[in-house]
Every structure is written in structure tokens, then in C-alpha cells.
Ligand binder design. Structure first.
Ligand code: NAD
Length: 493
């Protein structure tokens, strides 16, 4: 039976949406609105202000004032931690509503948002709440002849930070940036993706309820070209934390150059899943299928390149094809849905163009390969074989449920193929030989290597990219340091 939308979610959808600036919900300076579409049906859900440069100026000014007046850093670390814990508690108290909004807005199955996304987002606030009281420096005894000196290092918040996030994990992405930024003591301007701003706006309400001082968290909705670009180029912003496509991420280098603001970039991927012939195939086959078909492949760490040892190639291919053909595609609110729609018709056409081009370039469609007729933006779980390195689909991120399968002969061949990418975000190795697993994990050029599992993030473990997959690491202690300046103080005694 389809999950019924709660009254609270309905109420939120029907209410007028505004920007959160200086602790108040304010109307946009722009009259434009973005229509938010339910990808499961193609029907509009509500409209949200499509902000402009003036909105960003107001939000940055509010964040700066809050920072300079120490509205957040003036509290003790324990007081800040308490507010962050309360935010997490409120998120869980409103889990059903947040899960419904996230599913309706992004097309993720309700089971995934209820049991995965929303609890994970709340956990980020809990984890970083713990860091508030644990940020500390060191003392040193310098070795300068003839002088008695003491050295101290101190960590300070970087200042006003702009947080720009994508549509494929809206609340988790917001939490992964807001929580460490707040633990570090920064003031924030959050720009959600124009396709999926709803849970970020609801989170803004919960933050006010939790006691977040005015101006510490500001939220401006709108497009990347208007709102995102102006935030990224703003000279009173000290840092931009960006998650999104490699193309836009590269463009931010120009945006940041005027005031040389700090940049962290979580970008695209083309992550290999490597199955050796000694792997437990009962786990590896569903694991590899989940690595690409989870969230319809719209996952930065999606295992989109499956490398299989030639001795088990046919068995693995048959197994994954069976999984793909038995996945239940359906609307986000149906609890039986395994795979929901893609985020938009544009994204679905983009995915289909990749598949059509692959066919022209000589790839063989083993499963799927087409869109579904009817309402919603559904695409078949697709497997492509006969892949060669010159094919576009071998190199480029599709960001959809499209798996390329490539055989390998031995360890060295697998490693060469795994590293043959401009990206280096994630990977997984499936084998029962631990030495082989470790050797592969050390040799792969990727920010994270999963062994006998794939795509499991944990807030304590840093994640980020080698090569064109980005700069810096989010999550864990390293994720916190993105939002800190490191000062050395030397004192003559
Ligand atoms: P995108 O780059 O189009 O947009 C991301 C965000 O940037 C959105 O909020 C958008 O409005 C904004 N934006 C767009 N143009 C901008 C500009 N010129 N200046 C400033 N901001 C701008 O990406 P997307 O399509 O929303 O998301 C999909 C991409 O995100 C994929 O490539 C995926 O791999 C990547 N991603 C990476 C990670 C990671 O952790 N590495 C996680 C999730 C998604």
C-alpha cells in the first residue's frame, strides 16, 4: 500500500517558501519562482523563490554580522554542542515528514529516506556536536639558539562559509556541510540545489526551533547561475564548500580567485567495482548491483565500472542481469519500490543519450537501455557490455542506472583498468584473499576503497576525491579542518 503523505508534510508543501536570512524568513528580492517537481509523477509539488544576487548579499551580510558579533562563537563549546544535539533530536522527531519531503522532492524510495538518509543527516549533527568541545591546539618548544620560546597552535573558524550542494542527497549533503562548519564556529550561507530545496528549508525551521542564533545559518534558494555563482564569487565569503559536478567545480576556481577564498570540492566519479574470482559471489553480485542501481545510479560513489575477473565474468554478468531485471521500479512513496525515478526529464534524456551513444560506439546492451513511457522520469536498470576504453561511457560520469562491465585477467590488469580514469572518488574490491584486498586498496587511486562492500559512508570516515574528483576530504576530523584556520603563536619567555 502506498505510503500516505502526513498532514505536516502537506502543510509544509502548501506554505509559502522564503529565504532564511538573519534568523527570519524573508521574501526574495526576485519575483521569480522555481517550480519543484515530483519526479515520480512529473507533477508540481510547490514553488520556491528563485533568488538573486541581492538575496545573497543580504545573507552574506547577515552571516558576517553574526560572525563578527560572536553570536555563535561567543557561546561556550558545550552550549554550541547542545544546540547541535537538539537539531539532531528535532530532525528525528520530524523524521516522517522529512523523509516524505525528501522522497517527493528527489524521487528516493521512502524506505531509503526513512531508514537511511534522514537518520544519517541527524547523525552528522551528533557526531560534529561532539567535536565542539574537542577542538584544541598543541604546544611546542622551538629550537632557536639563545632564545627561550614557547610555540602554541590554535584553531579558529575560517569565518563566513558558502555551502553549495547538489540534488542527489539534499539533506545529507546539507548536514555534511553545516554540521562541521558549525562545530568549527563558522557562520553559513547554504544554497540548496534548485531541484531539491525542500528539506533544507525545513531544516532551517528546525534550527531556529533548536535555538540557533540569528544569522549563523542563512539559506537562499535559487539557481546555480544566479545564486550559486554570486555566492561563490562574493568577496566577503571566506570559504566555499561545494559538492556537485566536476564541470561546475572547475568553474569555481575562477569564482574564488578574487579574494582567494578557500575551496573544498566534492565532485564526480567513475568508480570501479573489482570482483576477483575468489570472491563470495552470493555477496558480490547483489553488492555490485546495489553499487550502481541504488538511488537509480545518482550517487557520486556509484560503482559504474564493474571489473570482473574473466574466469567468473559470465557468472557475474548473468547474476547482475537477473538482479537488474527483477528490481521493482516505482514511485517514491511505494514501500515496495527498489528503484525510483531519475531526478528530472533532462537528467533522463542525458542518461539515455549516453546509452544511445554507447550503442553507436559498439557497446552491447545486456539489460535495460531505455526509458519507461508514462508519467515520472523512470529509466530501466541498464547493463552495457563489449566496452572499450575509447567509449564515452567508459570515461564519463553518467549519473544514472547504467553499468559498464569489463573483464580483467589478473591483479595487475585489474589495477591498470581501475586507475584508468580521470576520476578517483571511490572503489570497491571483492575477494576472500585479504592480502589481495589490501594490496589493491593501497594501489587504487581513490579517496575511499571498500572491501567486500560498497557505498557505505560513515560520518567518522573522511571521504573525497583523488584527481578530478575533488579537493579536500569531508567527514571525520579532516572534514572539520576544512572549516578551520590554523594559527601559530610564538612567545618569547
Ligand atoms: P551541479 O554541479 O550541476 O550543481 C551542484 C550545485 O551547484 C547546485 O546547487 C547548483 O545550483 C550549483 N551550481 C550550478 N552552477 C553553479 C555555478 N556556476 N556557480 C555556483 N554554483 C553553481 O551538480 P548536480 O547535477 O546538482 O549534482 C550531480 C553531481 O554532483 C555529480 O557529478 C555527482 O558526482 C556530484 N556529487 C559529488 C559528491 C561527492 O561527495 N563527491 C556527492 C554528491 C554529488
Amino acid at each position: 500500500m502506498t505510503h500516505a503523505i502526513s498532514d505536516t508534510a502537506r502543510l509544509f508543501l502548501s506554505a509559502e517558501k522564503r529565504h532564511l536570512i538573519d534568523g527570519t524568513w524573508v521574501s526574495s528580492n526576485s519575483k521569480d519562482q522555481d517550480t519543484i517537481i515530483d519526479p515520480s509523477t512529473g507533477e508540481p509539488l510547490c514553488t520556491v523563490p528563485s533568488g538573486n544576487a541581492q538575496d545573497i548579499d543580504a545573507a552574506v551580510m547577515a552571516a558576517r554580522r553574526a560572525f563578527d558579533e560572536k553570536r555563535w562563537t561567543g557561546k561556550t563549546p558545550a552550549e554550541r554542542a547542545q544546540i547541535m544535539w537538539t537539531i539532531a533530536d528535532l530532525m528525528l522527531a520530524n523524521l516522517e515528514e522529512l523523509a516524505e519531503l525528501e522522497s517527493l522532492d528527489g524521487g528516493k524510495p521512502i524506505n531509503a529516506t526513512t531508514h537511511g538518509e534522514i537518520p544519517a543527516a541527524a547523525e552528522a549533527f551528533r557526531y560534529y556536536a561532539g567535536w565542539c568541545t574537542k577542538i584544541s591546539g598543541q604546544t611546542f618548544t622551538p629550537s632557536i639558539p639563545g632564545l627561550t620560546l614557547q610555540g602554541i597552535t590554535q584553531h579558529e573558524p575560517v569565518g563566513v562559509v558558502g555551502l553549495i550542494i547538489p540534488w542527489n542527497g539534499p539533506l545529507v549533503m546539507a548536514a555534511w556541510k553545516l554540521a562541521p562548519a558549525l562545530a568549527a564556529g563558522c557562520s553559513c550561507v547554504l544554497k540548496p540545489a534548485e531541484l531539491t530545496p525542500l528539506t533544507a528549508l525545513r531544516l532551517g525551521e528546525l534550527m531556529i526551533e533548536a535555538g540557533m542564533p540569528a544569522g549563523v545559518v542563512n539559506i537562499v534558494t535559487g539557481t546555480g547561475q544566479q545564486v550559486g555563482a554570486h555566492l561563490a564569487a562574493h568577496n566577503d565569503v571566506n570559504k566555499i564548500a561545494f559538492t556537485g559536478s566536476t564541470k561546475v567545480g572547475k568553474g569555481l576556481l575562477n569564482a574564488a580567485q578574487d579574494n582567494l577564498k578557500k575551496l573544498s570540492l566534492e565532485l564526480g566519479g567513475k568508480s570501479p567495482v573489482i570482483i576477483f574470482d575468489d570472491a563470495n559471489l552470493d555477496e558480490a553480485i547483489p553488492g555490485a548491483a546495489d553499487a550502481i542501481f541504488s538511488n537509480a545510479g545518482q550517487v557520486c560513489v556509484a560503482g559504474s565500472r564493474l571489473l570482473v575477473q574473466d574466469t567468473v565474468y559470465d557468472d557475474v554478468l548473468t547474476g547482475i542481469k537477473t538482479v537488474a531485471e527483477n528490481l521493482s521500479l516505482g514511485p517514491c512513496l511505494d514501500p515496495n519500490t527498489d528503484m525510483g525515478p531519475l531526478i528530472s526529464d533532462t537528467q533522463r534524456n542525458r542518461v539515455h543519450n549516453f546509452v544511445e551513444l554507447s550503442k553507436k560506439e559498439g557497446a552491447q546492451v545486456i539489460a535495460g537501455g531505455d526509458m519507461y513511457e508514462g508519467p515520472g522520469f523512470y529509466y530501466q536498470p541498464t547493463i552495457l557490455g563489449n566496452i572499450t576504453p575509447d567509449m564515452t561511457v567508459y570515461r564519463e560520469e553518467v549519473f544514472g542506472p547504467v553499468l559498464t562491465v569489463i573483464p580483467f585477467t589478473d591483479f595487475d590488469d585489474a589495477l591498470t583498468k581501475a586507475n584508468d580514469s580521470k576520476y578517483g572518488l571511490a572503489s570497491s574490491v571483492w575477494t576472500q584473499n585479504h592480502a589481495q584486498a589490501h594490496n589493491m586498496a593501497y594501489a587504487i587511486k581513490a579517496g575511499i576503497v571498500w572491501i567486500n562492500c560498497h557505498g557505505i559512508p560513515d560520518v567518522s570516515m573522511p571521504i573525497g576525491g583523488y584527481k578530478e574528483s575533488g579537493w579536500g576530504r569531508e567527514l571525520g576530523q579532516q572534514g572539520l579542518s576544512l572549516y578551520l584556520e590554523h594559527k601559530s603563536i610564538m612567545m618569547k619567555l
